[in-house]
Design a protein around this ligand. Structure first.
Ligand SMILES: C[S@@+](CC[C@H](N)C(=O)[O-])C[C@H]1O[C@@H](n2cnc3c(N)ncnc32)[C@H](O)[C@@H]1O
Length: 272
């Protein structure tokens, strides 16, 4: 079930793309020279990006497992990223083999790899969609085939909303998805923040790489209060909105000094 409108001609290899830069931070190989160059420039200026990306991915794994253990059997993963095992369906189906996952991303390269890595197991689908267009995503036939909106859904907005600018109304977008979900649905959300770093030095320059290289999306860092606003209408699960390694850790928690390098927040909420 790939998007029929997709062709490899849609892949823009002339500009760095966040999905392929993130793949580079995670140690993946699904990136082009233009991505590696931009991503390595970010790493040189801001080495913390690597533990941040990996800590975020590990948070996502624990949060999906948590939802599956709570009985959630269907997930909408928007901003999927280039497949990196384990992916959402592998985690959820480990707990519940009948779990279904609709994957959505706006990068054609993610579609290229989706066939081999996301769609083999059954119960999964992928389509190209933009988080800024909830109507198209919620009305997409692939979503309709996989997701029953009368039963709780796990909505995943993991490391994607920082690519939505303030003037694109990210809180309004989250509210539009929330309103389509039945009560008892969950939101898994993570987001980069500038709360832990001085942003007038190299860290600020690293953020500007996304803009200066004309990457296909800019990066907006948000404070704890701003990210918390995205959970409007959801009750946060303990321990609330925290740095990813502190959310239901399954390994020793990093020291305060290590945590000071993790400019990310993650949390899980239940729709009231
Ligand atoms: C940093 S990766 C996160 C991947 C995965 N969610 C994770 O946390 O491991 C961000 C993903 O969001 C996608 N993305 C960026 N802007 C988007 C948009 N407007 N709509 C949909 N996806 C978008 C990128 O293509 C990329 O795959």
């Amino acid at each position: 079930m790939t998007d029929q409108g997709f062709s490899t001609a849609d892949i823009d290899t002339g500009r760095p793309h966040p999905a392929r830069m993130y793949d580079y931070y995670l140690g993946g190989r699904d990136n082009y020279e233009v991505d590696r160059e931009a991503a390595q420039h970010v790493v040189d200026l801001f080495p913390d990006i690597v533990p941040m990306a990996r800590g975020n991915r590990a948070f996502m794994h624990r949060a999906v497992r948590f939802l599956a253990q709570r009985g959630v059997r269907q997930f909408i993963d928007i901003g999927t990223g280039i497949p990196t095992a384990p992916n959402t369906h592998q985690i959820a189906q480990e707990v519940a083999p009948d779990a279904r996952v609709a994957y959505v991303d706006n990068d054609p390269i993610v579609a290229t790899y989706a066939g081999a890595h996301l769609l083999g197991a059954g119960g999964t689908g992928f389509f190209l969609g933009d988080v800024r267009d909830p109507g198209s995503i919620l009305g997409h036939p692939t979503l309709g085939e996989l997701i029953d909106f009368d039963r709780p859904v796990g909505l995943m907005l993991v490391a994607v909303l920082h690519f939505v600018r303030d003037d694109e109304d990210p809180a309004g977008l989250v509210a539009a998805y929330r309103d389509a979900l039945p009560r008892g649905s969950h939101l898994i959300l993570s987001h980069t923040t500038g709360d832990f770093h001085e942003l007038d030095g190299d860290a600020g320059e690293a953020r500007d790489v996304y803009r200066d290289r004309q990457a296909t999306a800019t990066l907006t860092l948000r404070s704890h209060a701003q990210v918390l606003d995205f959970f409007d209408g959801f009750a946060l699960v303990e321990p609330g909105l925290v740095q990813p390694p502190l959310w239901h850790p399954d390994e020793p928690v990093p020291s305060d000094e290590e945590l000071a390098h993790i400019g990310f927040y993650g949390g899980v909420g239940v729709k009231r």
